[in-house]
Design a binder for this molecule. Structure first.
Ligand SMILES: [Mg+2]
Ligand SMILES: [Zn+2]
Length: 179
């Protein structure tokens, strides 16, 4: 008998500016506001069989603005809120380093995605990434993630799609069967 590995498509998600409004170094539940349309957008990917992974730079930890424990408390709460919406996130990966640490995990370095790919069977070429900064889109390129969605008003280069808001992205993917 031969066993065949099934490679899942994945959606790699930035957190601040994508899942939640980026108020700058969000670390408390009361400051965490889900972006309008994010649950609906994620449902579109889930329906098409994508597994969800969060990859987030959290240099606020390395800079001393909040603690690892603050981040974990907020993450636990966020995942519970997702669960209430029938959204399962496979895992959350964060880089806690300040930029000066020159680590291998701060986006656009590939450490977080490398870890995900080492633990899961992912069809990376047919996977997507959603981010709001050039470093997110560059991570996708550096990791071989096939398609990207840039959110917000920044001038982001080399992205497959760009939308001002999550709502606009959701409406676009509802109308067009690209996933
Ligand atoms: Mg962001
Ligand atoms: Zn790091």
């Amino acid at each position: 008998m031969t066993s065949k590995t099934f490679f899942h498509k994945a959606l790699f998600l930035d957190r601040d500016g994508v899942i939640n409004i980026d108020h700058g170094y969000v670390s408390k539940i009361e400051d965490f506001e889900f972006n309008d349309g994010i649950f609906e957008l994620l449902h579109l990917f889930i329906e098409k069989g994508y597994k969800l992974f969060i990859v987030t730079n959290q240099s606020g930890i390395g800079r001393g603005y909040y603690s690892q424990n603050d981040f974990e408390t907020l993450t636990t709460w966020m995942l519970e809120e997702f669960k209430k919406q029938n959204i399962h996130v496979e895992s959350v990966h964060h880089c806690h380093h300040a930029p000066e640490a020159l680590c291998a995990c701060r986006k656009p370095a590939t450490g977080m995605v490398d870890e995900i790919l080492s633990l899961n069977s992912i069809d990376v070429k047919n996977s997507w990434l959603i981010g709001d900064k050039q470093s997110d889109i560059d991570l996708a390129k550096n990791s071989g993630i096939g398609s990207t969605i840039a959110i917000g008003e920044r001038d982001i280069k080399n992205t497959t799609y760009s939308f001002s808001t999550i709502i606009e992205a959701k409406e676009f993917f509802e109308k067009n069967s690209l996933l």
